[in-house]
Design a protein around this ligand. Structure first.
Ligand SMILES: NC(=O)c1ccc[n+]([C@@H]2O[C@H](COP(=O)([O-])OP(=O)(O)OC[C@H]3O[C@@H](n4cnc5c(N)ncnc54)[C@H](OP(=O)(O)O)[C@@H]3O)[C@@H](O)[C@H]2O)c1
Length: 302
């Protein structure tokens, strides 16, 4: 049975991939930053900490692995966690994969990364793609747009706001678009990418494109809310999201996310690889989407 290493088997995308790998009969080892009490003991995986401060231990955690699936990243800087550190750490994962003799790396990037981007999230991902492609390791780079599913932060927390407030503050004109991919489709693409030998870069987007306004209206419809859309400047909308952030003790939305969204970076120009419609998923999950707030700080920083 091949041994694969997956980052974040207890987190979001890595959890779905792990399920698929285990079902396919692979052994799975995970790298995680979670403290013992936040790990799920019923998931039959070998667990290693990230060990960014101990290269030999990191190498050891990758030895014998066939494919290394890397989802590691930080959604926003917080405390000592910065994008620069996340880039440095990810480069260390690439180097360790090569030094440990891993057959293949599958890296999860983001749609529309760019070395020239003013947004550090997108710039950092482009730097990492370049580093991996020039590393000499056989690799696949998948570029998702927004990944939706039960544990998703963005769509879920939009629904949470829609459920609780009669008005939704939309940054800008709301005509910019998103093309979300379902987390199970994303996991399948990762699995298939791990089985190939050639190095490639591929967008991972779903079959539906929504304008932001349409997304809010769709969520309002399935959750049975009469939400009024209020179009504001990005700064004002962000300011309001910060007030909600104080209530829930989280960063609800980052400036990066708003600017990326308004710049149409969450859509793909390639044929969609995801099959699941967000509209179908929302209808099937109308009772649970947004029922509780998904807190990123609680997930990754406490
Ligand atoms: N979610 C989306 O909508 C979306 C959209 C486009 C691209 N992506 C990309 O897809 C990949 C996976 O995203 P995801 O949402 O599925 O991520 P995730 O599962 O929440 O996290 C992936 C891994 O990164 C670690 N991590 C996350 N935030 C961290 C922090 N602040 N400090 C230290 N470690 C942290 C997690 O640690 P633990 O194991 O300790 O939990 C986990 O191992 C990322 O590279 C992301 O950039 C995601």
């Amino acid at each position: 049975m091949p041994l694969d290493v997956v980052t974040g088997a207890f987190s979001y995308t890595g959890r779905y991939l792990t399920k698929r790998l285990l079902t396919a009969g692979h052994c799975v080892r995970t790298l995680t930053g979670r403290r013992v009490e936040h790990r799920e003991l019923d998931v039959p995986v070998e667990i290693y900490p990230y060990n960014f401060d101990d290269y030999e231990a990191l190498l050891e955690s990758l030895r014998g692995a066939s494919t290394f699936y890397i989802t590691y990243w930080v959604r926003y800087p917080h405390g000592e966690t910065t994008y620069e550190k996340a880039v440095e750490n990810t480069k260390m994962l690439f180097r360790a994969a090569k030094d440990a003799g891993v057959r293949r790396v599958v890296y999860v990037s983001i749609a529309n990364p760019s070395l020239d981007s003013p947004l550090p999230y997108y710039r950092g991902k482009a730097q990492l793609e370049e580093a991996l492609m020039s590393s000499g390791v056989s690799c696949a780079i998948l570029r998702p747009t927004v990944i939706f599913g039960a544990e998703d932060v963005l769509i879920n927390n939009i629904a949470w706001i829609v459920r609780r407030f009669p008005v939704f503050a939309v940054p800008g004109d709301g005509h910019y678009a998103l093309q979300p991919i379902f987390v199970e489709d994303m996991a399948q693409l990762m699995l298939e990418a791990g089985q190939r030998e050639d190095s490639f870069v591929q967008d991972a987007a779903g079959p539906e494109v929504f304008t932001f306004d349409d997304l809010i209206r769709t969520i309002a419809r399935v959750t049975g809310r009469k939400t009024v859309l209020l179009h504001l400047s990005a700064d004002l909308a962000l300011g309001l999201s910060r007030i909600i952030g104080l209530l829930v003790r989280d960063v609800v939305l980052t400036r990066e996310e708003v600017l990326g969204l308004m710049d149409n970076l969450l859509i793909s120009g390639q044929p969609s690889l995801g099959r699941t419609l967000l509209s179908d998923w929302l209808a099937a999950n109308a009772g649970v989407v947004g029922a509780r707030y998904h807190n990123e700080i609680a997930r990754h920083f406490r």
